[in-house]
Design a protein around this ligand. Sequence first.
Ligand code: FE2
Ligand code: FE2
Length: 274
Amino acid sequence: MELRELARRALSKTTWADKAALLDQVGMDTPVDVVRAFEAVGFIPGRPPVALVPPAGLGLRSVHTLEGRAILLHALAHIEFNAINLALDVVWRFSDMPEEFYRQWMGVAIEEASHFQMLETHLNTLGYRYGDFPAHDGLWEMAERTQDDVLARLALVPRTLEARGLDASPAVRHKLASGGDPKGAGIIDIILRDEIGHVAIGNYWYRWLCTSRDLEPVQTYAELAAQYRAPVLKGPFNIEARLAAGFEPEEIVALQKENERPKEGARGHIEQRN
Ligand SMILES: [Fe+2]
Ligand SMILES: [Fe+2]
């Protein structure tokens, strides 16, 4: 099957297993139709029935309890399930990009599926499964808001929400390790390594689009962040990971300055990460 068609179908599947079965078909020789504008198919995004609530409705428990750790792992699994859908959505929705763009985002979808599987398998060993706790929908809301422009999508999803995951990783890892879960902490190490790659792909194609549209990347990001009500990211920032993912030092300085400004300038309320 053609790669973008495959992405569109995988996006509409509601279970990890059905998505993974389609992703297993992807190979180096899978053809890519870069020009076709696809109609949406099925229920998008396909996902299991998870109760969606505002961020304030999420339960918070100490990670020193089994339930507290399960809630944290469940939140991470939810982020990864969304991340599979977000990568697939980029592949089918936006046409007229180079073939390598689609192959790289399909590779991201495959890695996100492996992250979800690792987290869910671990959650199962604690006696829980994905869907047992409520979750919030900030990631997919941003996908909907940016559905008409690939530049805005890359600015706001991989370069904002996914990059937020790089910043959050050390604290999440510490929570799991100090809660007596070395297995969970090890999964976070793998995810952080892969996520640096995802954000790097986001940075590469964001800059590629800025060049082709004759836009200045740093100023353009500030404008898109305001236009699409990006969340103001809170420190501490994982500067080492951000540099490894291709952010320029001046972008990190801009982020820190924005973070230090009085809070009445906050652009939005989404507290999300991947
Ligand atoms: Fe991930
Ligand atoms: Fe990712």
